[in-house]
Design a protein around this ligand. Structure first.
Ligand code: PLP
Length: 359
């Protein structure tokens, strides 16, 4: 009789060791867990969109090179003429493309901890050794430890979320310069929250051959479209393009993005409203004695309480879903993360938060 092999005999160890990425059931809850823009697509765009969507040849494969869309992207999204770039099905896919292309034996990735969890998940899947340098207690960078780790490990890729998720803060330009100066491999600056922070490394690409800048439209109001882009020197982008699946950005997304990008200002207006709302939410939370809230340059706030699990459940019982971080990293003991929602959602969150902390 043939003995069939089990998953443990076939699946790569990096996958077996993972617990999988789960999002809690959000039905009926106010969703403040995923840094989405809470505003629907601006009304002014619906007519244009209905028109252009009618032209999509859904029976055909999408444009493989997406030339037309890329031209619109370059014109509207602040990419220098001599910078190359590629498109991804969200920036998550771009991280995966970088991983597929760099997963040599002995290849190492380095980042800070805590940071965006997908760097580790994707690296581990491909057997890439993933190293994190712990941030300080206030979530600032331990520059000395970072530089020492870069020298010791000589990573092929360094990932830096700018601002960082889930801490919300930005590295300083002095820190970034020091990292760029010492790194021999790729440095990927993940600017998922650029719309809220405004700071960018985009224009530093021309004098840093090994710098890549990654952005996404997810946090700006188009999370459902799955669209990200990666900018850098053509020597790198040409190689990464070989790994990209031919039709990774589907026809409807190509059409949608091409139609709405000329009115990117409408999304940016929403983002600046959210920045004001974030600052107000920060002030309100800062006035609550029973918690510590950390300053943020993104569209979310990280905060610490005495008992995060109880508060998390209390908020769910009151119809509000935020992100539980306790247990995900030693520096995030009893921490939670809340995304900026609509003003009325933020108010409901604050009410439930105050009530939950009084118990
Ligand atoms: C949300 C997020 C992403 C993922 O963006 P998608 O384009 O939706 O895949 C990437 N990096 C960071 C730091 C994020 O917080």
């Amino acid at each position: 009789m043939t003995i069939k092999r089990k998953p443990a005999d076939i699946i790569v160890p990096g996958v077996l060791a993972q617990s999988g990425y789960h999002t809690p059931c959000e039905l009926g809850l106010i969703k403040l867990d995923a840094m989405e823009n809470p505003y629907p697509l601006p009304e002014a765009l619906w007519a244009d969109l209905a028109q252009s969507m009618r032209q999509v040849d859904i029976n055909r494969y999408p444009s493989q090179s997406a030339e037309a869309l890329k031209e619109t992207v370059r014109e509207t999204l602040d990419i220098d003429d001599d910078t190359a770039f590629m498109l991804g099905n969200g920036s998550d896919e771009l991280i995966q493309i970088i991983a597929l292309a760099t997963a040599r034996t002995g290849s190492k990735w380095l980042s800070v901890g805590p940071t965006f969890s997908m760097y580790r998940v994707i690296a581990s899947t491909l057997g890439i050794d993933y190293i994190e340098v712990d941030l300080n207690d206030d979530f600032s960078l331990n520059l000395e430890a970072m530089l020492a780790a870069i020298e010791k490990e000589n990573p092929s890729v360094i990932f830096l979320a700018y601002p960082n998720n889930p801490t919300g803060n930005l590295l300083t330009t002095v820190e970034l310069d020091a990292i760029l100066a010492i790194a021999t491999g790729l440095v990927v600056i993940d600017e998922a929250y650029h719309a809220f922070a405004q700071e960018t490394m985009m224009h530093r690409i021309k004098d840093n051959d090994n710098l890549l800048v990654m952005r996404t439209l997810s946090k700006l109001g188009l999370a459902g479209a799955r669209f990200g882009y990666l900018c850098g020197h053509s020597d790198w982008i040409d190689q990464l393009e070989k790994v990209r699946l031919p039709y990774n950005v589907n026809s409807m997304t190509q059409c949608l993005i091409d139609t709405v990008l000329p009115r990117i200002d409408l999304f940016e207006d929403q983002a600046s409203d959210m920045v004001k709302d974030r600052d107000q939410l920060f002030d309100e939370m800062k006035a609550i004695d029973a918690l510590t809230v950390y300053p943020s340059d993104a569209n979310f706030l990280l905060f610490r309480v005495d008992d995060a699990l109880t508060l998390y459940q209390h908020l769910i019982d009151h119809g509000i879903l935020i992100r539980m971080l306790h247990g995900s990293h030693p520096l995030l003991d009893n921490c939670l993360r809340v995304s900026v929602g609509l003003p009325e959602e933020n108010a409901r969150f604050l009410d439930a938060l105050r009530a939950g902390l009084l118990q």
